[in-house]
Design a protein around this ligand. Structure first.
Ligand code: 5AD
Ligand code: SF4
Length: 469
């Protein structure tokens, strides 16, 4: 009899990709995916540790399973991902009915852990070494990925896929838990990446987004020489069927002229760059240990503007970091106004155990001040996004159609007209009235209206008159 698995994924694109791999692996072991915990023999939670709120949500979701497990002791519950690596046995203490705790570098072990439980070995934990447990290379080896397993049914859409080129992070920004949970930075080999990209193209994927915590720091050293992201993009560009290449997330200091000119010269590379600034204040950046000043960030930004004038740049900001004054915060406002990012993700600082900031700096900005700064920065960014989107009214944008939009009425599968959504090369979201068959196509959309996050348009029909029909 086939077993059933339910998976709930929270957090970043890495987690979405990890869940795809886990499901591909479990399917090979005879599992079928179901949509609700009630139907499932195996319940998996792929978790995020980036902020406390994400963790608390997961603990509260787990809490709700206490009764389920009491009523159905045969159901197995697994906690995967960054929280598993960070909290380890704390998870068993807070949620004793959990059967498995599996860190992001140990996901390949899942089928074996299930077998162990079935053979009566009790609850199982598989986590990678901590950064201080041994030499860098030994710790790195304990953070593995099993990327070649792909499952198109688990992707955001059949036409778009993530491809991990780098695991881990060595930047150690003082607020961030990722270097601990995902281990040392390692570039995957170009041969593996290219083989995987070809598989994705064969599966009908048109757009690949390369993933890495600091994707533009990607480097792979071998006897044949070094490969950087620019060289990798050149090789990926050759693959037939792939029409768009994106990469996230970038580290400002590694945004080289060589990478930018490569993006400019390769038409499949999207002129979309997510380069988090995190703060507009040099003092805050220093305490965050980001490794650049605002003058250096601006130098990088101007390099983007001069090489890729059409590029859309987006950013992340943390508000209320330790010691952030009103004056510091106003510098973040000023930076958004100077750079006019396409969009910014704004987060309130959350203390993370095991980080340098947690050990050495005081979380001294009151909660209400963080919330107020968050709202203020969002309002500034939204105004700018809207103003810049308004400049696109009346223009035509090329859109890779993803499928029905969130607001689409999908109750009638035969409906002739459905609100569809897609993205431009610059990663702008576009909605328009269309039909389901358009999913996966590249369409020219005429922009009629905009909001700060979305362009609203219509499919440009062929001008029958002008071609004499
Ligand atoms: N608190 C708040 N935001 C954080 N981020 C990372 N760590 C923290 C933290 N401790 C944000 C950064 C990063 C994004 C993925 O999450 O802005 O770029
Ligand atoms: Fe975290 Fe900094 Fe690494 Fe990004 S670069 S994952 S913010 S430590």
């Amino acid at each position: 009899m086939t077993k059933t698995v339910y998976i709930k994924t929270v957090g970043c694109q890495m987690n979405v990709l990890d869940s795809e791999m886990v499901i591909a692996d479990l399917k090979r072991h005879g599992y079928r995916v179901v949509e609700t915990p009630a139907e499932a023999d195996l319940l998996l939670y792929n978790t995020c540790s980036i902020r406390e709120q994400a963790e608390e949500k997961t603990y509260s979701a787990l809490g709700k399973l206490r009764d389920t497990k009491a009523r159905h002791p045969d159901k197995k519950i697994g906690v995967l991902g960054c929280m598993a690596q960070k909290d380890q046995e704390v998870i068993f203490r807070r949620a004793p009915f959990v059967d498995m705790v599996v860190g992001p570098g140990q996901l390949h072990a899942l089928p074996q852990l299930i077998t162990n439980i079935d053979s009566g070995e009790g609850r199982q934990m598989a986590v990678s070494l901590s950064r201080t447990d041994g030499k860098q290379a030994v710790v790195a080896r304990s953070h593995e990925t099993f990327d070649p397993l792909r499952d198109p049914s688990q992707r955001p859409t059949p036409f778009q896929a993530y491809l991990r080129i780098q695991i881990g992070c060595d930047k150690f920004c003082t607020y961030c838990v990722v270097p601990n949970t995902r281990g040392p930075e390692q570039g995957r080999s170009p041969a593996e990446i290219l083989a995987e990209a070809r598989t994705l193209a064969d599966q009908g994927c048109r757009e690949i987004t390369l993933l890495g915590q600091t994707v533009n720091s990607y480097r792979h050293r071998s006897d044949d020489g070094d490969t950087d992201l620019a060289a990798l993009l050149e090789q990926l560009h050759e693959i037939d069927g792939i029409q768009r290449l994106k990469f996230v997330t970038n580290y400002p200091k590694d945004m080289t002229e060589r990478l930018l000119t490569t993006v400019r010269d390769l038409p499949k590379c999207s002129p979309y760059l997510h380069v988090p600034a995190q703060s507009g204040s040099d003092e805050v950046l220093k305490r965050m240990k980001r490794g650049y000043t605002i003058a250096q960030y601006m130098e990088m930004f101007e390099r983007i503007e001069s090489i890729l004038p059409e590029a859309a740049v987006s950013s992340d900001f943390i508000v209320g970091f330790c010691g952030e004054t009103d004056e510091d915060f106003q510098k973040s406002v000023k930076l958004i106004e100077r750079c006019r990012f396409k969009n910014s993700f704004i987060f309130q600082y959350s203390v993370r155990g095991g980080t340098k900031a947690a050990e050495r700096l005081e979380d001294d900005v009151p909660r209400e001040v963080k919330a107020a700064r968050n709202n203020e920065l969002l309002a500034v960014q939204d105004r700018i996004s809207k103003e810049d989107n308004e400049k696109l009214i009346g223009s035509t944008v090329e859109v890779l159609v993803e499928g029905p939009s969130k607001k689409a009425d999908t109750s009638d599968p035969d409906a002739a007209v459905v609100q569809m959504t897609g993205r431009t090369h610059c990663d702008r979201i576009v909605v328009f009235d269309g039909n389901r068959r358009q999913a996966g196509q590249m369409l020219d959309i005429h922009v009629d209206q905009v909001s700060s996050h979305t362009l609203i348009g219509r499919v440009r029909t062929v001008e029958l008159v002008s071609i004499g029909l």
